[in-house]
Design a protein around this ligand. Sequence first.
Ligand code: PG9
Length: 619
Amino acid sequence: LAAVLACGAAVAQTPPLAPDIPAKFAASRDAYDYDRREVMVPMRDGVKLFTVIMVPKGAKRAPIVLTRTPYNAAKRTERNVSPNYVASLPLGDEVFSADGYIRVFQDVRGKYGSQGDYVMTRPLRGPLNDSRVDHATDAWDTIDWLVKNVPETNGNVGMIGSSYEGFTVLMALADPHPALKAAVPMSPMVDGWKGDDWFHNGAFRQTNFDYFAGQTTAKGEGKKTARGAYDDYETFRRAGSAGSYAAKFGLDKLPYWKKLSEHPAYDAYWQGQALDVALAARPLKVPTMVVASLWDQEDMYGGVHVYAALEKQAPDKAFLVLGPWRHSGVNYDGSMLGALKFDGDTALTFRRDVMKPFLDAHLKDAAPAAGTPAVFAYETGTNAWRNLPRWPLADGAKKLYLQADYKAGFDAPADTADGYDEYESDPAKPVPYLPRPVRFDDGDAWRRWLVTDQRFVADRPDVLVYATEPLTRAVRIAGTPVANLVASTSGTDSDWVVKLIDVYPDEVPAQPELGGYQLGVAMDIFRGRYRESLEHPSAIPSNAPQRYRFDLPDTNHVFERGHRIMVQVQSSWFPLYDRNPQTFVPNIFFAKPADYRKATQRVYRSGANATFVALPVVE
Ligand code: PG9
């Protein structure tokens, strides 16, 4: 009997060498409160796009929120590996995922699970796209499929997404499917040359090397560039031009680098992709809430400019939100940014109290009207949300002049023969945009760099600094500060950086580390060769004052009593922006080492040559 029992037990056992990885395995999903479907949605040209549909269990007549992404749709549904719907979806979605919305993420064509060719920010059909498809048709085909194939939906679709995903939301508005009932583009990429990702006013943003290497060296996630050094300031300085850097690391083989470097100026390639211009020429049919960040280190141009275009089309359908956030900060914790502390979680306040009612009103069955304000803007400095009737709020401008003795003020300076200040700009020692060591890979530093205390460069001999006396009453600005810089260079080309700064009082008892803090409120760069035409660059006549007029990023800020308003001027912002060789060459991407020369820069501040920043002051 013992032998029989032993034999029986042995039969029931798994052989020691049975392979431990089964051909198929599916964990039990009994405890899941949602259904996850992966489908290939067919587009009109036969290409199929990988789409993840997340449906809360028991959903009936639920609205759909769709995001089209180049950043891995499958991963976007895995914030946590969890049986819980809300925990699986992104933090920014919580306000509506907790309320039973169906959530859909789709890989754009050519990325991750989707078929087809990937083209970076694929242009709309037209002169730059002679195919049958673009993001407008792909969004249309996807929405059409979703409303016909997801039985739990009420047939109403909203699109949201930030940055590239915000760009795909705007693209869908070019020819919207009738089921697209609401759109929330956040920090959208709109004009890659004027002021979003690739250039700012013609100066190239070298952080993008890592971005397009990550996006275009593989269908999935590309590899990082092995630079072999800790400090990117040094790596890029040694490499020389951006073109030399690309060649050194083999990135010059990438098609997108070729496109970028073949189009350094604002030519038809960039003009034809400007989405604010494209959308201004089409009727706005879908209620659209544009969300922009006041310290957006990537797409600070897009939001306010596309809002301006949409608002002209249909003021009753266009809404603007301005939050005190970094790029895409709307989807994360918005209670602080760098050293700045806000009034609670400003991002959650917006998502819960403004975005959610807006989505409900347009997507749910029989939901009440949302009462969405035309413009919902955080006022930095005073730290409070404001409902505004329009944007920009200011309808005029007050000139803040640079004056003698490094002062700034609202009185026009006297006309004096020596009305200028001077510095030497040396491309061998460019002004850093962050304290060294600079590491593009340091995500935290990148996210807060626009609010970094500017004292770290204020005492450099190649940075001019002008400041008012402590203000006797607050100055409120709401709109676009415009730099009117009169400057000369001993070279034949030059970059000009103008920084509008709020200087905190010497002592800030509530937060001592803010004592004397120099907070950038609106800062940007302009490549001098484009002063007469963005499309056709021209050499700068040496040592002759020229007027450079360019917009700084929009701001909604109060310089409080006791603070000072400061303006800083410099000629490099490195290595974020590639260096201007200060010698006019046909294409700065391919400047040679000998082209990089020191130059004597003068900033004029008297009479007809007065330099000022036109502030959008609200009296
Ligand atoms: N700012 C990123 C991007 C958008 C579009 C083109 C290139 C880069 C992003 O965060 O998606």
